[in-house]
Design a protein around this ligand. Structure first.
Ligand code: ZN
Length: 204
C-alpha cells in the first residue's frame, strides 16, 4: 500500500472522547464515533438520531445501537443518486446530522481497471450479451467512479452542506484493516490553498 502513509496523514484518529473534534462533541456524530470506536455503552433509541451514508462494501460493520441511525448504502458512499432518501431522513425522519463514511480499498476507485472483469462477469453469471454489458459499463461507470476515497468524501460533504445548510455533515473514513472510524482532516482556511500530503503520492 504505497499511499498508506499519505492517507494516514489526512486522517484523525479517535482513541478517546477528547480526540473528537469540538464541532462533533455532544452531537450524534460524536456518539457514532464513541459507539463504534470507544465502546460507549448502548443507549436505547426510539427515533433515529443520524443519517449514515456508507459504501455497500461487505467488509464493514458499524457498532451502533438499534434505531440509532438511518443508513443508506451505495457504492463509494455516493449519495448523489439518493437525494430523495437523504431529504426524507431529514424532513420526515428528523435527523440533524449526516455522517458520510468512506472507506479505503474502495471498489468504486479506478473502475476502468475492472471493465473487462465487469463485462465478463455479467456475461457469465447474469446471462448478458457482451455488447449490452459493455454499454452498461460505459453508461454507469462515469457516474459511480469516485477517483479517490478521501477527496470524494470531502467533495460530497461540501455538496451536502450546501444542499442542507442546517444539517451537520461530517466526513469520516472506515479503515478496513482495523475496522475503525477516522475523522477526515479538512482544510479550514479558505484562501490559503494548503497542499495536501497526497499531492506527491498520486499520479492523477
Ligand atoms: Zn467501497
Amino acid at each position: 500500500m504505497q499511499n498508506e502513509n499519505s492517507r494516514m496523514n489526512r486522517l484523525l484518529t479517535v482513541e478517546s472522547s477528547n480526540d473528537i473534534l469540538p464541532q462533533y462533541r455532544g452531537t450524534p456524530i460524536g456518539l457514532l464515533l464513541e459507539y463504534h470506536n470507544l465502546n460507549r455503552p448502548y443507549e436505547s433509541y426510539s427515533n433515529a438520531q443520524l443519517l449514515i451514508g456508507m459504501c455497500m462494501d461487505n467488509r464493514k460493520h458499524l457498532h451502533i445501537p438499534d434505531n440509532f441511525a438511518f443508513i443508506i448504502r451505495s457504492g463509494g458512499a455516493n449519495l448523489r443518486y439518493s437525494e430523495f432518501k437523504v431529504s426524507y431522513a431529514i424532513a420526515v425522519g428528523n435527523v440533524r446530522g449526516i455522517a458520510l463514511v468512506g472507506h479505503n480499498q474502495c471498489g468504486m476507485v479506478n473502475l476502468i481497471s475492472r471493465k473487462e472483469q465487469f463485462i465478463h462477469g455479467l456475461v457469465d453469471r447474469a446471462g448478458w450479451q457482451p455488447e449490452a454489458a459493455e454499454e452498461h459499463f460505459h453508461h454507469f461507470a462515469p457516474m459511480f467512479e469516485i477517483g479517490n476515497e478521501i477527496d470524494f468524501i470531502l467533495s460530497e460533504v461540501e455538496r451536502l452542506r450546501l444542499r442542507y445548510p442546517r444539517v451537520l455533515v461530517a466526513p469520516l473514513l472506515y479503515r478496513v484493516e482495523d475496522n475503525r472510524l477516522y475523522m477526515i482532516r479538512e482544510n479550514s482556511g479558505g484562501s490559503s490553498q494548503e497542499l495536501d500530503y497526497d499531492a506527491h503520492g498520486l499520479p492523477g
